[in-house]
Design a protein around this ligand. Structure first.
Ligand code: A3P
Length: 370
């Protein structure tokens, strides 16, 4: 692959235990370097596909089934899931080069399931002794960094463009994120002690959230996806990293098979009962809350710090860009359960409901819609 030999040094921002003093220095260096990968206008819409890649890669791409994309011209069926050409390039590099270490933490989601929220919560839980969520009202990293800068995606920040990042300086536990389905992740996380947290959201709200987000961030060069067209693609499984049912099932089954390795959490459960779910998360990550922390209100403080209302109002989440060129503000829309009722017609709701029953009903994977 054209750029697979590039060794990329990743920003300290992405290190869970990064030293805040180093952060600014590092950002300055980034700014100075003028890395073309991080400049305005890169990575959006059709250009995203056309910029790519070697003859071999193009040939491989041509051999894959393809469908109309949501924000790029095409989605390709790669390793059994749908994704964009640039994502394929990054995933191939990740699969080839990433070496897991004991204690690595991987946060997995299908897009628009609450990834940003899970990143914020996990970062805060894992780093609470360094960055006190109770007393740090002004200097907690989450107040000045978007969660996507604190927990990087394999297939975007780290292995983007087929890069090979230098991860040797990362503090333990290294914390990463991915949208890749379990089947395409499992060989990369075989090291004992690697933990995966999967965050699942009901497919109705996930669809509506995806539809809004993609139409907000897509380039002008790609025609908008109407609700009807998007819904049909979604129900046929054609959405980034979908079909959604296979994505959910892959992690669901693995969480039942190896509960010490994969924790399956639900967006709606966290909305309803943050405390017990946050405790579950902390225990799973081997950093359970102590009684003393409980009394000090640590769980409550983490919940408040990472709440939709708090994150949405922060300047960094109103005006900056953390994933590619997409404005952070689009990551915080409504943050509610069951907003889908405002968009889907009764026949559409029936169709999706039947699909969910058909694909997931037999596996005990159920959802709450209010
Ligand atoms: P809506 O579009 O329904 O509002 P992702 O982070 O995977 O991109 O998912 C985005 C969805 O999560 C959006 O849903 C967004 O508003 C919601 N979200 C973002 N931060 C959240 C938070 N702290 N708490 C709850 N929901 C949040």
């Amino acid at each position: 692959m054209a750029s697979s030999s590039i060794i990329k040094t990743i920003p300290l921002m992405a290190i869970p235990n990064f030293n805040v003093c180093h952060k600014l220095e590092l950002l300055k260096e980034e700014g100075k370097s003028g890395d073309p990968k991080h400049q305005e206008g890169e990575g959006e819409g059709e250009g995203e596909e056309e910029e790519v890649q070697s003859y071999e890669f193009q040939e491989m791409l041509e051999s894959l089934p393809k469908e109309r994309g949501w924000r790029t011209r095409y989605l390709y069926l790669f390793q059994g899931f749908w994704c964009q050409s640039k994502e394929i390039q990054a995933i191939m590099s990740f699969q080839k080069h990433f070496k897991s270490l004991q204690n690595d933490v991987v946060l997995a989601t299908i897009p628009k399931s609450g990834t940003t929220w899970l990143k914020a919560l996990t970062f805060t839980v894992l780093n609470r002794h360094r960055f006190d969520p109770v007393s740090s009202t002004t200097d907690h990293p989450l107040l000045t960094s978007n969660p996507h800068d604190l927990v990087p995606f394999f297939e975007y920040k780290l292995y983007e463009n087929g890069d090979v990042p230098d991860l040797s300086g990362l503090a333990s536990p290294r914390t990463f994120a991915t949208h890749v389905p379990f089947g395409s992740l499992k060989d990369s996380i075989e090291e004992p002690g690697v933990k995966v947290v999967y965050f699942c959201r009901n497919p109705f709200d996930t669809f509506i959230s995806s539809w809004h987000y993609i139409n907000n961030i897509k380039s002008e060069a790609v025609s908008p996806v109407s609700l009807e067209e998007g819904f049909d693609l979604y129900c046929r499984g054609v959405i980034g990293f979908g079909p959604f049912w296979e994505h959910m099932l892959g992690y669901w089954k693995e969480s039942l098979r190896t509960p010490e390795k994969v924790l399956f959490l639900r967006y709606e459960d966290l909305k309803q009962d943050m405390e017990s779910n946050l405790k579950k998360l902390a225990s799973f990550l081997d950093v359970p809350f102590t009684e003393e922390e409980d009394q000090k209100g640590v769980v409550h403080s983490i919940s408040d710090l990472c709440s939709f209302e708090n994150l949405k109002k922060l300047e960094v989440n109103k005006s900056s860009k953390s994933i590619k060129n997409f404005e952070n503000r689009h990551l915080f829309r409504k943050g509610e359960v069951s907003d889908w009722v405002n968009y889907l017609s009764p026949p559409q709701a029936e169709r999706l409901s039947a699909l969910v029953d058909d694909k997931l009903g037999g596996y005990g994977l159920t959802f709450r819609y209010n």
